[in-house]
Ligand binder design. Sequence first.
Ligand SMILES: Cc1ncc(COP(=O)(O)O)c(C=O)c1O
Length: 334
Amino acid sequence: MNPIDRLQALPRERFAFLPTPLVELPRLSARLGGPHLWMKRDDQTGLGFGGNKVRKLEFLVGDALSRGCDALVTSGAGQSNHCRQTAAAAAAVGLGCVLALGGEEPEGPSTGNLLLDRLFGATIRWCGPRRKGERVGALLDELRAAGRRPYEIPYGGSNEVGALGFVAAMGELKAQLAERRMEDATVVVASSSGGTQAGMAVGADLFHLPVRIVGVAIDKDEGAGGPYEAQLANLANRIASRLGMRVEYTADRFDVRSDYLGGGYGVVGDLEREAIRLVARAEGILLDPVYTGRAMGGLVDLVRRGGLGPGEPVIFWHTGGAPALFARADELLP
Ligand SMILES: Cc1ncc(COP(=O)(O)O)c(C=O)c1O
């Protein structure tokens, strides 16, 4: 079977509203005076307020159901978009959902993604400083001991199953770019646990789409799997081998900009605040405080420094996350 047929034959739950729109940003382009800007609206994937994880969850939940599992278990920050979309996906197919969230249980009413996790019926375990799944092993044991069949989804849904959602997304993008004769566009995207950027790189090769992909790093590289670019190459190789593709990825294939980490993961600074307000006021589109605000801040800086040329087609891939705005109200307005 060729790799495209293999991708199409894998178990998949069709949660997302696809294709997501590819829209022009005329007022933002004029304000920045640089490239011709477009936006791929994955904030509109539909399920549970949308976002990039819905694409990954199509393949992850497909896999979970094909294995007869009865609960999804994953991890993330207290305001994780990934966890909220996982909780929605579990509800949509009648699975249980257990979330291992970083931090302590906040006082006062639940807000933002946490409110939504609870509305979707997820069980929440607070894990203190550990937000990347360090406690999930113990949770899985506990569930198995209680007779459940849990399915583990890694932090960010970023393994060779979840990332297939972004391999498939590049086939979708190819059709949209072909219509507009823009196949050589640059894609700018927030990059954190890696499944989005690694999946895009493999998908671009699979569908012969010559886009340039620029990832804006959101979280500092903690070094466990080596430098972030090496982690992306490793994941890309696992995805490609799952599809039977004969390619070998190395770290230098990945363009990652790590200049915008500011005060660290989830810390809203002037870069994020200004980017969120700029796009809201120029285009009536909401970014989020952790990922797309930072990635757009990076894009604006790249334009100002001449890294994205005048008239060049540039696609900002909106990966979602706006529900977290409500949890950060006092940091977003002056
Ligand atoms: C809104 C948003 N954008 C981007 C990302 C990053 O995607 P990935 O973890 O696949 O690199 C995430 C995931 O955590 C997210 O929630």
